[in-house]
Design a protein around this ligand. Structure first.
Ligand SMILES: [Zn+2]
Length: 339
């Protein structure tokens, strides 16, 4: 028991340490699928491609691996059994699609490893290769993401949605993803405290035996989007022994620094940040409003500050691209090679 929980608790710190003190996550997944021509105007959003174009899903994973990502998140953010059923799939078919999201990411990792082994410049003397270890993170979007009405950016689910509703909603998906071969579960864009609590209780009650990260989103740099305290939300993550990293995603880069400092007040677990480009999602017109976005160079100029504030896992969320990730990897490797 003790050694098992030690195993989980050191999972991410060990990974980060082996990577030289930081690790790189991928960038906007749906964004990149769209750039390759996918039409994601659908309640399943990026998960639609698990059905219609799995080759594109694999391609996007590879793009991010080539850009330097050490951790890739699966296309299951908006993949739910309930959502697949609404499309006419059976429960079993829905479950198979969830597993498929992990299979495709693992396949991409194998292709990437294979390439690294073949590329002579990746060989070191003595026949070994210097391939980067890659983690596959099974993405779980919030209940609001399933609703596809933008409520993952408001955190307002209404009084009828209780802790139990949320646990029941997520239970089967979490069970399936935990047994899918993924290395970690990524609970992303968590908009409120009750959903964080639901995840923490589920991990415990279901005896989930792979680690997880909790990532919240904010629109003011002070609280999570619902107005719940980031300190309270991060404390829930801190108390859950399966949680090996806590952080922020899909939030404007300018808010990240203060949020990292807040999270560090309540946890010693690694802090993960993967902001969006700073644009805002308009749920009415189902589009990102472009005016306030930051350019890749500006995004990257923040990374050093986030690291100083105590974050150690860095990537991008919506509207960021493999270019963003390439720049992040570059900036971090330069920094760590400096004396
Ligand atoms: Zn996002």
């Amino acid at each position: 028991m003790v050694s098992e929980s030690k195993g989980t608790s050191s999972f991410m710190t060990d990974f980060i340490q082996q990577r030289g003190g930081f690790a790189v996550i991928d960038g906007g997944f749906a964004t990149e699928l769209e750039r390759h021509g996918a039409d994601l105007n659908d309640p399943l959003w990026s998960a639609k491609c698990l059905i219609s174009s799995p080759h594109l899903v694999r391609r996007v994973h590879l793009d991010y691996l080539d850009a330097g990502a050490n951790i890739i998140a699966t296309a299951s953010y908006q993949a739910t059994i309930q959502g697949f059923e609404a499309k006419g799939f059976s429960t079993e078919e829905g479950e198979a699609l969830l597993r498929k999201s992990v299979e495709i990411a693992c396949e991409a990792r194998e292709i990437y490893y294979d390439r690294c082994t073949k590329d002579s410049w990746d060989y070191v003397e003595g026949g070994g290769s210097t391939r980067r270890p890659v983690l596959v993170a099974a993405s779980v979007g919030s209940y609001g993401a399933y609703l596809a009405d933008g409520s993952e950016y408001s955190g307002e689910y209404g009084d009828s949605v209780s802790l139990e509703t949320l646990k029941d909603f997520h239970r089967r998906r979490v069970q399936i993803l935990a047994k899918s071969g993924a290395d970690i579960i990524a609970f992303e864009t968590i908009p409120n405290k009750v959903e964080a609590k639901a995840y923490a209780e589920l991990l415990e009650e279901e005896g989930i035996d792979i680690p997880a990260w909790f990532s919240f989103n904010s629109k003011d740099g002070i609280n999570v989007v619902s107005g719940d305290s980031i300190l309270e939300c991060a404390s829930i993550a801190d108390s859950c022994k399966r949680v090996v990293a806590v952080g922020i995603n899909c939030t404007a880069p300018r808010f990240i620094h203060g949020l990292v400092l807040s999270i560090r007040k309540v946890t010693d677990k690694p802090v993960i940040v993967y902001p969006n480009s700073g644009e805002t999602y308009d749920a009415e017109i189902k589009q990102w409003v472009e005016s306030s976005g930051v350019r890749d160079e500006d995004f990257v100029s923040y990374v050093g500050k986030w690291r100083e504030a105590g974050a150690s896992l860095f990537g991008g969320c919506c509207r960021t691209t493999p270019n963003t990730i390439r720049e992040i990897s570059k900036v971090l490797s330069n920094k760590s090679s400096q004396p």
